[in-house]
Design a protein around this ligand. Structure first.
Ligand code: NAD
Ligand code: MG
Length: 393
């Protein structure tokens, strides 16, 4: 029996995780569930999965959550705030932490899980983008097992030899290239002149994947691929020259590894996050994810194209941030969270997202980040700068 803590249980990844758990009650036991604001959904999940702990990020929701659980006759402990998230991510009885909070809010509990030596199923890419080497050092020092949920990184991981997990040394593996695929999102072929006027609803209507609103906008600007580029750099320890972004509009191939002998290994499947989630949950075994297999007789052609940095300036900003250093990735991630939230609120246009991100990077100075507290402080400082840039637009 694997004891699970699901951070961000009410989100898109959280719900898919619970769907896999539901199919395998003999394998997984839920110890803790957490959410930000969706208290009704959280109580409903608690009724079904009977966790020992339930956490809401917002302390103001304590009474609502506590009374909701009491009405259902549940005696789970209720914790609140970042401290509550950190507590459940490091409980001794928890084996595995699903890190599925969106954005920088996930850093502290995910880092705590690393320091507690947990098996971490990483969906919250922003946490790794913000903290890079510091996060990986904590994973290594505390012998945590870090497994990628992000479909591309999960695909790459599946295409690497099993020995990668033990030594994490890509240079011994004969890798020529990591081919990071991305669909190009809903605006891959939209005339450039129309991008100025696209709405949050259009941006969130991803052609292949059903996801939370922040990552949907990131997919539309291709900042998501940029964050994934940084994520791949840290997760697999490969230099940026070895990572190549390839546009593949059908999302049938979820990413590939090209070896020095010319072989290319690809992982394929339906665009359903339950596949990578089930993979990391059962790793190194395989279990049913509830997803239908690919039917090759009905697949249309598979297309591949190079990325267009003029259409997707955010992608270029992220790739360049790897070169500039950790401070640049941290600043870019912070700016992007502010600009995407402003776009979703209808305060700025779609094209303003990249403008703000770019200006924040231009106005940020190189800065050494030597521990997580410094990362958090620099993230806050970059958010303030992004808000000032936004107000000046
Ligand atoms: P979502 O918006 O659907 O869910 C986010 C979850 O985080 C919710 O449970 C929410 O309550 C919680 N949350 C939000 N703000 C919080 C805060 N301040 N403190 C504590 N909890 C908070 O997002 P999602 O689409 O499930 O994405 C989650 C993460 O997984 C993101 O980092 C995303 O990039 C990554 N990811 C998602 C997908 C996908 O298909 N949805 C694919 C790959 C990676
Ligand atoms: Mg992805």
């Amino acid at each position: 029996m694997q004891n699970l803590c699901v951070l961000g249980a009410t989100g898109s990844i959280g719900k898919s995780t619970l769907d896999v758990v539901r199919r395998h009650p003999d394998r997984f036991n839920i110890v803790a569930l957490t959410a930000n604001r969706q208290i009704d959904e959280l109580v409903k999940q608690a009724v079904e999965f009977k966790p020992d702990y339930v956490v809401c990020a917002n302390p103001d929701d304590y009474s609502l959550l506590a009374s909701g659980l009491a009405e259902e006759g549940l005696s789970a402990k209720v914790l609140v705030g970042q401290d509550g998230l950190i507590t459940v991510a490091s409980l001794p009885e928890v084996d595995t932490v699903m890190a599925a909070i969106v954005g920088a809010a996930g850093l502290a509990p995910t880092y705590a899980a690393a320091c507690a030596g947990k098996k971490i199923l990483l969906a919250n890419k922003e946490a790794l983008v913000m903290s890079g080497d510091l996060f990986m050092q904590a994973v290594m020092k505390h012998k945590a097992l870090l497994l990628p949920v992000d479909s591309e990184h999960n695909a790459i991981f599946q295409c690497l030899p099993a020995s990668f997990c033990e030594h994490r040394d890509w240079s011994q593996l004969g890798i020529a290239k990591i081919l990071l695929t991305g669909s190009g999102g809903p605006f891959l072929k939209t005339p450039m002149a129309e991008l100025q006027h696209v709405t949050p609803e259009q941006a969130c209507a991803h052609p292949n994947w059903d996801m939370g609103r922040k990552i949907s906008v990131d997919s539309a600007t291709m900042m998501n691929k940029g964050l994934e580029f940084i994520e791949a750099h840290w997760l697999f320890g490969v230099p940026k020259e070895l990572i190549q972004v390839v546009i593949h509009p059908q999302s049938t191939i979820h990413s590939m590894v090209q070896y020095q002998d010319g072989s290319v290994l690809a992982q394929m499947g339906q665009s359903d996050m339950r596949i990578p989630i089930a993979h990391v949950m059962a790793f190194p075994e395989r279990i049913d994810s509830g997803v239908a297999p690919l039917d090759f007789t009905t697949l249309a052609s598979l297309e591949f194209l190079p990325p267009d940095f003029e259409r997707f300036p955010n992608l270029k900003l992220a790739i360049d941030a790897v070169e500039a250093g950790q401070w640049a990735s941290t600043a870019l991630n912070a700016a992007n969270e502010i600009s995407v939230a402003a776009f979703l609120d209808g305060r700025i246009t779609f094209l303003d997202i990249a403008r703000i991100n770019n200006e924040v990077l231009e106005k940020s100075a190189s800065h050494v980040l030597s521990n997580i507290d410094e990362v958090v402080a620099y993230d806050l400082q970059s958010r303030e700068l992004a808000n000032r840039v936004l107000e000046g637009l």
